[in-house]
Design a protein around this ligand. Structure first.
Ligand code: UDP
Ligand code: MG
Length: 316
């Protein structure tokens, strides 16, 4: 009998987790009853260092239904690492893994369709939202800008797909061979290859609890994705540098000519402008290069992506 595991990252989700787990159990039950294929299923919640009652709720829910299991991180390691931990654990026994956020903003009713696609031979099934009305104007447009920028830099990503997807065991295994500490999962998955397809759904607003991605974290996440998937920003600096040098040479020729032709000495505005613009460019360039050096440093350290403090429920 094949197994399907639903992996849920949860960080301070006490307000919503219980309802979400009940909903998912129902969906799994329907899947099992439909008997379209022969499999059993369970749910694995990864508590990403929550400071509220999330872990207690996971333990209670395990009592209520032993198909619900949990992993507790020793501290907050971030959404992406929680997903990696969950998938890594799940494929020890499961043939396929579905990842979904704890708030069920991504419609879990799309899961049966994902499973259909898996049974039909797909290794990766992307959940793609076909509406963004529930997002603010700002989130919609900033997301669009982000995808456009990455596409421009040559990074392939599935638009309007977040981390709601199904993956087969071999696809997860392939993903696990990507050893980056700061893995931007949705940017790496299209690189894996394997037969894949999309399943469309409507994204809903959060019914309880707050988004764990305030603006600051969202920008950090986007920047992380950009700089870990592309070295184009450093190339852009090189390009800017070359242009600046050419402009400098032109300015030199101009000033020499004006000196020899006896034209009046120009005021300080040109000086000020060039000092500030060049200074700014240099600082920005150093900052971007520093960012990449910082990345090299974190990778060199080879620290673990996460540390598990304890678990509840096993792989049954
Ligand atoms: N999450 C996590 N660790 C974090 C931040 C978020 O595991 O440090 C989880 C969170 O509990 C949720 C999912 O990641 O299950 C997505 O977060 P959220 O719904 O707050 O993001 P949004 O939908 O607003 O982008
Ligand atoms: Mg959400």
């Amino acid at each position: 009998m094949e197994k399907l595991t639903i992996v849920i990252p949860a960080y301070n989700e006490e307000e919503i987790l219980q309802d979400s787990l009940r909903t998912l159990i129902k969906i799994e039950d329907q899947l099992i009853q439909s008997q379209l294929f022969d499999f059993k299923s369970n749910i694995l919640v990864v508590d990403d260092g929550s400071t509220d009652r999330t872990w207690e709720i996971i333990q209670e829910m395990h009592q209520f239904n032993s198909r619900i299991a949990g992993i507790k991180f020793s501290r907050n390691f971030g959404h992406q690492n929680a997903l990696m931990a969950g998938m890594q654990e799940a494929i020890k026994t499961a043939a396929a893994v579905v990842t979904i956020d704890a708030d069920l903003q991504d419609d879990p009713n799309a899961i049966p369709e994902m499973v259909d696609q898996f049974v039909a031979g797909k290794d990766i099934v992307y959940g793609v939202r076909n509406n963004r009305e529930t997002d603010t104007w700002f989130k919609r447009n900033s997301a669009l800008l982000f995808y456009r920028t990455l596409a421009f830099l040559g990074v392939r990503m599935v638009q309007n797909h977040a981390d709601f997807r199904l993956m087969s065991r071999r696809a997860v295994k392939a993903l696990l061979t990507y050893q980056e500490r700061n893995l931007f999962i949705r940017g790496v998955i299209p690189m894996l290859g394997f037969p894949s397809t999309n399943v469309y759904y409507k994204r809903r607003p959060r019914t309880a609890g707050k988004s764990k991605y305030p603006l600051k974290k969202m920008i950090a996440f986007a920047w992380e994705g950009l700089t870990s998937l592309s070295i184009a920003p450093v190339r852009a600096i090189l390009f800017l540098g070359v242009i600046t040098v050419l402009l400098g040479v032109a300015a030199l020729v101009y000033s020499l000519l004006s000196k020899f032709l006896g034209l009046a000495v120009h005021g300080w505005s040109s000086l000020m402008i060039s000092i500030w613009i060049l200074g700014g460019l240099q600082m920005a360039s150093l900052g971007i290069i520093g960012e990449y050096i910082g990345k090299v440093m974190t990778e060199v350290k080879q620290r673990p992506r996460f540390t598990i403090e304890t678990t509840v429920g096993g792989n049954s």
